[in-house]
Write a protein that binds this ligand. Sequence first.
Ligand code: ANZ
Ligand code: ZN
Length: 819
Amino acid sequence: KQTYDFRRIEERWQPFWEQDGTFEVDPDDPRPKKYVCDMFPYPSGDLHMGHAEAFAIGDVPARYARLRGYNVLHPIGWDSFGLPAENAAIKNNAHPAEWTYSNIETQAASFKRYAISTDWSTRLHTSDPVYYRWTQWLFLQLYNRGLAYRKNSPVNWCPSCQTVLANEQVVEGACERCGTPVTKRALNQWYFKITDYADRLLDDMDQLQGAWPDRVLAMQRNWIGRSTGASVSFAVEGDDAEPISVFTTRPDTLYGVTFMVVAADADLAVQLVTETKRAELETYREGLKTVSEIDRQSADRKRTGVFLGRYAVHALTGEKLPIWASDYVLADYGTGAVMGVPAHDQRDLEFARAMDLNVNVVVDTGEEDPATSGVATAGDGIAINSPKWQGLAKDEAITRAIEVLEHDDAGTAKVNYRLRDWLLSRQRFWGAPIPIIHCRDCGEVPVPDDQLPVTLPTDMRGEQLAPKGQSPLASNEDWVSVDCPACGKPATRDTDTMDTFVDSSWYYLRYIAPHSTEEIFPTEQVNQWLPVEQYVGGVEHAILHLLYSRFITKVLHDLELVNFTEPFSALLNQGQVLNGGRAMSKSLGNGVDLGEQLDTYGVDAVRLTMIFASPPEDDVDWADVSPSGSAKFLARAWRIAQDVTSRAGTDPSQGAQQLRRVTHRVIADVQGLLEDQKYNVVIARVMELINAARKEIDSGAGPADPAVREAAETAAQILSLAAPYTAEDMWAMLGRQSSVANSVWPDYDEALLVQETITAVVQVKGKLRDKLEVSPDISEAELEAQALALPKIQKYIDDDGPVRKVIVKAPKLVNVVTS
Ligand code: ANZ
Ligand code: ZN
């Protein structure tokens, strides 16, 4: 007999699937469609353990849908623009495309070996002109709708990467990619107006409730950061001084305002400062340039600031309020100015204590006076010292305060968002060029449709791509000079490229027709396939990629190019692969090489280990798992199929009933487990099935029993979700002609789910008086209760006198002792 050899099996089936076209999508297939999508990879080197986990998990629902008779789309592509390619090109005196496409080929080969159930004909790369032509087209659709615009403003600048960063790419004040502290720089940059969609991005999350992880929804909600409150305007003393407008969530605390603070780095501070204070403010502002936003907002930072020498006038009381500049007020939130209410806002209180400003309590919360405790009372309470809403509880006081403000023309209800517009221009080479031409006479001119794509030059390499504070494209005069499409005079191309998050905000739509040169995607088909029913990827994309994709989908909806408003109906965030409890990293030296794991244990054992180790959303610690154990189990499963001697197609109904019960119970349970994404438990159930089959072969009905075949076939089908090579080989050994991946999921027989029962005898004083059919795992108490309730037994008790004692031996015997 042959032994289980994963190498032989891999070599046999990988070419088979390719020739067989097992996973190809037939667009005319009339069966219901199901779209399962993995977040596409970035081509950095070969696949790693993280990919192995994510794609093993994503393959389970894709393969299961296929077995359930769906027409499944489970595509793959590459997010292939971006900095690493450019950095490699600079280092190796090459063009970024060389590094990119060679890595893509390496990864594609590994994916094929890893046996992902993918239709390779739908493969796409965002760095192909056939793709980024449509990224540029998409940009122009936003531009034409007024959703893409350019403005000059201070932006996050990474001095090391020499490029601007979106707010989302600044992590704790540092560049997300290289960790260098981010500085601010005034630049003319392109933005997408995602803020226009803030409410819809929030409200449409109702559609995702329960289908996306709660924490992702919470992160999105928090990022959008909708606050409701009021804007209040405070007049400023002095000739023709503009009033200061502030945003507050607590207009009910208006009588507690004792000072005003403006962001020290905002222009407003410079406008307000009096001559005597100007120098002091400038020094303070200089000092701020090196402080990160996180530090500025941190609770335990010492409060600093400069009095601007000027006063505002309280909107209701007419009191004089000193105006300060400080770093704890952010220039780009709200209006960049706040009303200081030290009694009820902790940061204001700390500032008031540092600057010796008054503390006026206007809400009674029953807590200690903030002026003495040093703790602002921010909770609910009753308005005091507030003539116009004296005695009202917080919410009514807020409503009343807004009415008063509106009546006095001093303010209005206001909703504020933390979300900022999406800064999308990058001063780097390896991205989709922004399809705009700048003409001295005509201004910004969109590149006409028939001139798209604006392709990247293919002859720039090495040092020519090095960051110089402006896009490397700017130094390529041939590329930059162009005739203005509007007036024909010499003009210049925009030299910035788009943030790669623009590329990845719409790729899942392109998979429907990745080669189309006629249109971005075919609307009718896209509406049939999407939204993606199961999207799978890492939680690191909880904000950026998902928010941008949701935004772009809504824009496309408004352009009537799609008929849905959310791109991903369900989201699964897989955990990380750790080693020794820590993320794998070069510095810790705890990296595990995927290729070596595959060579040692085989693809299936690695995939099975990834699935079996934990629920998909939990981390997998590679130090705690046993791929060799998985390999042993797979061999054990494989041998079951090898041992089966009954012919394919035998009717299992006459087979061993106890094994049939296990098989059908497993089928029924696994369906539910797959729907609940408890993939690890699915594997545990298959193990149980294999054990039951082995027992029946060796010491039960034997290998010819049709129930053994049924168990082996079922095991192969379930295993195909996680260990496709082994499952395919089992299926072939069981005499099946076509791929197990396209087999029909077995129906379970309800009758076999009914639990086996056992006959319990019921005695009265040692004499058999009745019998009971009970479950084998019935409890003593339950068995006693059922026995005593039997009419016959009741009668004996009535005749023989009261029950003195009941002896129970579950599940078989009850003896009632009467006196
Ligand atoms: C007065 C007040 C009294 C406030 C009170 C709070 C409590 P969220 O919920 O994050 O929107 N604020 C407004 N603009 C700011 C800026 N640019 N930088 C720093 N802080 C700013 O917070 C809104 C509150 O944060 C506003 O309400 C304002 O302080 C402060 F008992 O106004 B509040
Ligand atoms: Zn022109």
